[in-house]
Every structure is written in C-alpha cells, then in structure tokens.
Design a protein around this ligand. Structure first.
Ligand SMILES: Cc1cc2nc3c(=O)[nH]c(=O)nc-3n(C[C@H](O)[C@H](O)[C@H](O)COP(=O)(O)OP(=O)(O)OC[C@H]3O[C@@H](n4cnc5c(N)ncnc54)[C@H](O)[C@@H]3O)c2cc1C
Length: 481
C-alpha cells in the first residue's frame, strides 16, 4: 500500500497521527501533499503573517519529510471545492491507493473533507481520518444526558476524568524512514496570490518543529512554575507563546499537555490541584482550546458568524466606522487598549489578557459588533483560529456560551493599572507616553492642559463610565423585551 498523506493544520512529523499511521501501514512508500487555496484563505480572513508562517513551516516540513524519504507535493486550487479533484489526480499520478489526513472541525473544512472522502471512495480508494488536532475528539466528552457541554468547568472536569480513564496522553514519535520513491518534492512557493509576506515577523516567530520544541522546553524549564502568577502580565514573558505553533500544528497538543503533566509531578487530576499550580493552570488553558474546538464542532452556526445566544442577535450594535478604525489602529485614547492593538499590528500576536480587554472595549465601550473585531483579529493574527477567536470574542461580547456576564465590564484604566502596574507594556508600544510618570501613562487626560498639549496622543473616544451604562442598558432592554 502507498498512502497519500494530506497535511493541513498539522505541519509536523513528530506525533502526527495520520502521518504515523500511514507510515506504519505503508508497504510501498508514502507521498505527502499540501493544498494552497488562496481565495478560500482570503474568504476565511487568513492574515498575511499567518500565510507567511505556513509557507515557512511548509518548507521546514518538506525538508523533514525528505529525510524520511517522503516527497511533499504542493498543489494550488482557488478554493476548497477544487481540492478533491486535484488530490485524486495526484494520487493517480503517484500510484497512491489510500488517503490519510487529520480532521478539522469548522463547517467549510468539514464539508471539504467529506467531499474529498466521497471523491476518493467513489473511485475505490481507501480514506482514513484521524482526530489529532485535539487531545480528546469532539464528542468524546458528553454530559450524563448525552448532550454537548456548553459550560467550561463541568466540561473540564469531565475531560480530565475521561483522560484519566484513558490512562493519560499518548505521544507518538517521528515515523521511520520509508522506502525510496522516485518522486521529487515540489519547491514551496515564494508567494500566494492575495497575501503580502513583507511585513511578517520571522524574527519573532521562527519556523520549524525544532524551534517549537525548544520554545516549549524553555517555557517548561523557566516559566511554567510561575505561570499562574505571571500569565496576566503583558510586560512579562510569562506565557508559552505556543499559539502560532499549535494553530498551524507545528507542535502537538498532546506533547504540550504531557510536558505540563511532567512539570506537575505526573498529575493532571483536578483533585490534585489542576488550576492551582502553574503547570495545572497551563493545562486548563490547553483545555480551553479543546473546549472551543468541541463547541465549533457541536454548533456549526459558530463558524457562520452567528451568536451562541440567539437573543443577542437583536442587539443594535453601533455602526461607527471612525471609532472602529481608531480601535484597529490603536488610537482610542485608552493607553492599555492602544498598546495592545499596536502589539497586534506590529507583531501578529497579542497577549491573552489584552485580547479580553480590547474585545470588551470594542463590544461594550464602543458597542460595536463583535463580528467586526473577530474579523480584524483573524486578519492580523499569526495564530488566528476560528474556534478560539470566536470563543474569545463571544465570551467578551457576552453573546457566547459561558460568557462574561453583560454587566461585568472591564474598566480599561484599572485593568491597565492592575496588569501593567509600571506601565512598562504601555510605554513599550505607545512611545508617545514613554516619558510620562506611570500614573499619567495610564491616564494621560489627567495631565495639565499645558503638559497635555505637549503629548501627541489622542483624546479618549468615549467616557468609560457612560459607555458602560449604555451597554448595560442595551443588554437589559434585550432581556426585558
Ligand atoms: C478575543 C480573543 C481572541 C482570541 N483568538 C485566538 C486565536 O485566534 N487563536 C488562538 O490560538 N487563541 C486565541 N485566543 C486565546 C488566547 O488569547 C491565546 O491562545 C493566547 O493568548 C496565546 O498565547 P500563549 O500561546 O502564550 O498562551 P498560553 O497562556 O501559554 O496558553 C497555552 C495554549 O493554550 C491555548 N489557550 C490559552 N488560552 C486560551 C483561551 N482563552 N482560549 C482558547 N485557547 C487558549 C492556546 O493554544 C495557547 O497557546 C483568543 C482569546 C480572546 C479573548
């Protein structure tokens, strides 16, 4: 048997279930494929920086596969609809008789995968699909009433109990070298139509599995113990920064989880402190990732721009393009919000605490539709992931499952003072405020008129207290209607 392994958001050879299974079962070599879909990626709001990251990781993956004697073929077709035909042609050309791939859970991706499977099976070719993107497949954990969990804490408890039953995570290694084939790998293209690689920050986000592993090991060695205390401080390098690598599948979630369990003295049971120590708090974050994948699978409407709570579709969001642009560009006049948005624009990534602050600011203080913010994030993030991004936005907007209650609205000033007490992060990304004393860097509007005039920084777009009441009233009206 000669399987064709179709890579997507699993750009690695280590602990890749579809690749590992294909290599174990192959008797006559293995061929790999990746399909570039420029129009579909544009429609899905993939960021330039994400496409750049994918191409760089694809080159690393192709080299690794070459060492295993697996040639990587790279196809391009405008959108998902063309993938089945192209892959089948490739399978025919290189005499592959089976297709192996790891599942993705968003609506269009699932439809594409079902189409591809049907294409292959119609021609008598075997298809095998695996759940590799998550530790526990969607549906593996269900309530006692056999329905989908929609609240995180019971989901997490059931998730941990199920993992315990299964005896923990299994991490596979790198497959064995395969029999040599007379097939040349394709070069990775320099460009993808519609995407600009110029501004991507390869210096911040090096490609390749070796780098992802090094990053994980440095985190486990130096920072995981203090993660619970440091994870909310954007000025500190206190989190793992694994999200781009997890999103593109350059590292496996099982390996991340296993390293956290080891750092936690071998325990993941919540009775023994999950969420209380640094490593167990980090495990909880990995379970949030699983939770959002589970939701996107259970509720296809989440992939279609719909609110989890249907009544919130009736909210009359404000349509203020100038204020939206000011938010996008980091010109709201609220220093922590502006610093965060500039971090996103300059680096392709934003700290989790800041994602919550800016998302709440857009949806509550400016009362602008969460979908606009969700899309802007996708178009900028190197780790843009529909499930986690949608989950985070709907949490912040109070439209999601298990979301922030609508009346608990972050105050952008006290959030800044609490999580960036020395204004280090603010002053790093908002240089206009770099020379101010800490107190004024958080609240530049308190400067005397004369000093204020000397600082080239915008006035606040809104008064937080008044804006907060406006949002609360809109949600209350919805509840009363
Ligand atoms: C509005 C909003 C949008 C977001 N958009 C994305 C996105 O597009 N892609 C993305 O990967 N994450 C997203 N997140 C979740 C989170 O902000 C990032 O995963 C995290 O900041 C990545 O940094 P890290 O790798 O250092 O995380 P760590 O704190 O080291 O956590 C480890 C891993 O756990 C997962 N994780 C952590 N927090 C969350 C969370 N709240 N939800 C889901 N998974 C989590 C990530 O895979 C992360 O890499 C979003 C959060 C919010 C509030």
């Amino acid at each position: 048997m000669r399987p064709l392994v179709w890579f997507r958001s699993d750009l690695r050879v280590h602990d890749n279930i579809a690749l590992d299974e294909a290599c174990r079962r192959a008797t006559n070599g293995v061929v790999a494929a990746f399909v570039i879909c420029p129009d579909q990626w544009t429609e899905h709001d993939w960021a330039d920086t994400r496409v750049d990251f994918v191409l760089r990781n694809l080159a690393e993956l192709s080299a690794k596969l070459n060492d295993l004697r697996i040639p990587m073929k790279i196809l391009t077709t405008a959108r998902f609809a063309g993938v089945g035909k192209e892959l089948l042609k490739l399978a025919r050309e290189y005499e592959c008789d089976a297709l192996y791939f790891n599942n993705e859970y968003e609506v269009n991706e699932r439809k594409r995968d079902d189409d591809v499977e049907a294409h292959f099976e119609a021609k008598g070719l075997h298809v095998d699909r695996f759940d590799d993107q998550v530790i526990l497949a969607p549906g593996e954990v269900r309530t006692k009433q056999d329905s989908w969990y929609s609240v995180f804490t019971p989901y997490k408890n059931a998730w941990l109990a199920r993992l315990d039953e299964l005896g923990g995570v299994e991490v596979r290694g790198t497959p064995q070298k395969q029999g040599k084939l007379n097939i040349e790998p394709d070069p990775v293209p320099e460009r993808v139509k519609g995407f600009d690689r110029e501004a991507a920050r390869a210096d911040l986000w090096p490609a390749g599995e070796a780098h992802a592993h090094q990053r994980l090991e440095a985190f486990v060695k130096n920072r995981i113990a203090a993660y619970a205390e440091q994870r909310d401080a954007p000025a500190v390098n206190g989190t793992s920064t694994q999200s781009p690598y997890l999103t593109s599948g350059v590292i496996s979630p099982r390996l991340c989880f296993q390293r956290a369990v080891e750092a936690n003295g071998g325990s993941f049971s919540h009775d023994k402190g999950a969420g209380k120590t640094g490593p167990s708090q980090w495990m909880s974050e990995l379970i949030w990732r699983e939770f959002y994948k589970h939701l996107i699978f259970a509720h296809p409407k989440l992939s279609m721009g719909r609110a989890f709570q249907p009544q919130t579709e009736r909210l009359k969001w404000r349509d203020d393009e100038d204020e939206f642009q000011a938010w996008c560009e980091g010109r709201t006049g609220y220093p922590i919000v502006d610093a965060a948005m500039r971090q996103l624009n300059q680096t392709g990534w934003m700290h989790n605490r800041l994602r919550m602050i800016v998302a709440m600011f857009l949806t509550k203080d400016l009362f602008i539709d969460w979908r606009k913010g969700e899309r802007y994030f996708m178009r900028r993030l190197i780790d843009g992931d529909l499930a986690s991004n949608n989950g985070g936005w709907q949490w912040s907007a109070s439209t999601g499952t298990d979301a922030a209650p609508y009346f608990r609205i972050y105050n952008p000033v006290t959030q800044g003072q609490r999580h960036d007490p020395k204004a280090e992060f603010i002053q790093r990304f908002v240089p206009e405020l770099a020379d101010l004393p800490v107190k004024m860097a958080h609240e530049p509007w308190r400067l005397s008129d004369e000093k204020r005039a000397a600082v080239d920084y915008p006035e606040r777009l809104c008064d937080h207290q008044a804006a907060r009441l406006r949002a609360i009233d809109a949600f209350k009206a919805l509840r009363n209607a």
